[in-house]
Design a protein around this ligand. Structure first.
Ligand code: DSN
Length: 419
């Protein structure tokens, strides 16, 4: 490569440039309903794709192992201060590479291999890193899993209390990836206090809802809170840990040098921007609209005979069991994508099918709400979803719906997209 020759991406690598342009187009032309996805703002994307990429800064602000940190320190301090103010916590570690590394850091901070942990099982809507058997968290630790009740698919606090008393775990996890209901942090805290466990709230899916006041906060109940930063919070890809001052040292040491090397400064800057955006009245309105939209969408789906786990939602997320419709989740998700509606197939509690070919689909409203869609669009969407599920093999119908979806998308430009 010639020094001084610094071509644009389009010139340097037309293949990658072209694929990014196609992905921008896809993100514009489709209704993105994967509940863990969103649109980050242009400001967040600019900070995340900046020259901060070029800097190494192992350590923490004002205690680094490399010189040249004056701007990096200021950025990390801003990110931390903004997040502590936003969520009302004593401390924020913003260096975690993503949600799974953030959760691993909590294990490293509080547990030795073989110690006991209690979390929601993956098939019931928990996360891999809450102790599921194929995850390192289920292999290195003695992981006990709780579930949801068979009759209403709600978290079974009696089971949690029984398991906690029997096993006396060091950590209890309150967090979900496929659970559509508000979490009762008071009940979790009561159980954790009784058995002397540290309560960890993994708020990856709902951190934006909490920041915007649309979901109860675990602050003051869970001593440690982990999250990704790119879901309802609309930040860059990344992770964070919020905690009481009493746990600050342990958490920071677990992240660096326990698990990670140099932090991704560009992601930290993007997170600082996202935290500023999330502190506005506009973001509060957004968080409320995400939940309102999910409720309207759920009602529309129920009215078209689609069964929903727990019978509905009070968050951003809907888990539909398609068994009564006679179509499994995977062919439904494939047909929906052909119609321009992007979801993910997902197990439902007590699923009799395999995870790679399960009975349900998981749907969320964070991304479409970021485009400004509201109740009228949710009603149309519920009908489209039902029409697709009832006609998964009717290619002409799927194409007709895709054209209507595209027309709707053209009316609602997405944040961050140049299209
Ligand atoms: N992969 C995320 C989700 O889709 O929920 C959780 O890590």
């Amino acid at each position: 490569m010639t020094l001084g020759n610094d071509p644009s991406l389009a010139d340097a690598d037309p293949e990658i440039h072209g694929l990014i342009a196609l992905e921008e187009r896809r993100q514009h032309d489709t209704l993105r309903l994967i509940p863990s996805e969103n649109y980050a703002s242009r400001a967040v994307l600019e900070a995340s794709g900046s020259v901060l990429n070029n800097k190494y800064s192992e350590g923490y602000p004002h205690k680094r192992y490399y010189q040249g940190q004056e701007h990096i320190d200021a950025i990390e301090e801003l990110a931390k201060t903004r997040l502590c103010e936003l969520f009302g916590t004593d401390h924020a570690n913003v260096q975690c590479y993503s949600g799974s590394p953030a959760n691993l850091a909590v294990y490293v901070a509080f547990m030795k291999p073989g110690d006991k942990t209690l979390g929601l099982g993956l098939p019931a809507g928990g996360h891999l890193t809450h102790g599921w058997k194929v995850s390192v968290t289920g292999k290195y630790y003695d992981a006990i899993q709780y579930g949801v009740r068979a009759d209403d698919h709600r978290i079974d606090f009696d089971e949690i209390a029984t398991l906690a008393r029997e096993h006396r775990p060091k950590l209890i996890w309150a967090g979900t990836t496929a659970y559509p209901r508000v979490l009762d942090y008071d009940r979790f805290a009561e159980i954790a206090r009784e058995v002397g466990a540290v309560l960890v709230a993994d708020i990856a899916h709902i951190s934006g809802l909490i920041a915007g006041g649309a979901h109860p906060s675990p602050v003051g109940k869970a001593e440690v809170i982990t999250s990704t930063t790119h879901k309802t919070l609309r930040g860059p890809r990344g992770g964070m840990i919020l905690c009481d001052a009493a746990h600050q040292k342990k958490i920071d040491r677990a992240v660096f040098p326990g698990l990670q090397g140099g932090p991704h400064n560009s992601a930290i800057a993007g997170l600082a921007v996202a935290a500023k955006e999330a502190s506005t009245d506009g973001f509060k309105a957004y968080a409320k609209a995400v939940v309102d939209n999910a409720r309207t969408l759920a009602e529309g789906m129920l009215s078209r005979g689609i069964a929903l786990s727990t019978g509905g939602t009070d968050t951003h997320l809907i888990l539909a069991d398609l068994t009564p419709k006679g179509v499994p989740g995977k062919p439904a998700a494939i047909a929906l994508e052909k119609a321009g509606i992007v979801t993910n197939y997902n197990s439902v509690p007590f699923d009799t099918r395999q995870p790679f070919d399960p009975s349900g689909i998981r749907i969320g409203t964070p991304a479409i709400t970021s485009r400004g869609m509201g109740a009228a669009e949710m009603k149309r969407l519920a009908d489209w979803i039902a029409d697709v599920i009832e006609n998964v093999e009717d290619e002409a119908k799927l194409a007709r719906i895709a054209a209507e979806v595209k027309e709707l998308c053209d009316q609602f430009p997405a944040p961050g997209l140049p299209v």
